[in-house]
Design a protein around this ligand. Sequence first.
Ligand code: HEM
Length: 182
Amino acid sequence: MELALKTDIQNKLREEINEKTKNNNGEITYDNLHEMTYLNQVVNETLRMYTPGFANIRKASNDYKIPNSKHIIPKDSIVWIPTVGFHYDERYWKNPQIFDPDRFTPEEIAKRPAHIFFPFGDGQRNCIGMRFGLLNVKFGVATVIKNFKLTIDSRTIYPAKLNPKNPSIEMFGGYWIKCEKI
Ligand code: HEM
């Protein structure tokens, strides 16, 4: 949806895909997918704005005093860590409602604390399927963008209105995109 709305980002991404696949008869491979740094930025920005898992949940195995505060999390408490809240925190993301893959250049990443962005969770129980998931998403996005020009259909509600009753991500009205074969 964001790529259909922002043709400059879509075109830049297509240029990268074409450039990185040109020595391979235009074929997308495991290796050239990993060379697509802008694709990586686009996918990360999508996972920031449209995080599939809205919170990480942990149980305190011991009493834990939060550093630099008076607060103690008692043993056995269930703690909800609001991933989406972190991903939209204005202290770390300027204009967080705006889709901007340039937030994920190495320079911009270096300006933020490391654990502000965690779409796959964090620590010992983070997502075991992260690499496989990312590979699938990148292959899907690269295949679509390489072969189709996307534009938005007027039936799509933007900015997206999300269903608060769905623990994952669901846009009211769905998202409608026109795909024109290149
Ligand atoms: C874009 C795709 C995906 C996203 C955003 C995602 C996100 C997450 C998140 C947020 C967690 C909780 C981590 C935590 O509590 O720290 C998780 C756990 C998990 N995910 Fe994924 N996931 C994705 C794809 C996959 C795939 C493709 C698989 C399997 C092939 C998978 C398997 C798992 C498993 C087994 C866990 C539980 C790990 C544990 O408790 O040790 N995920 N995922």
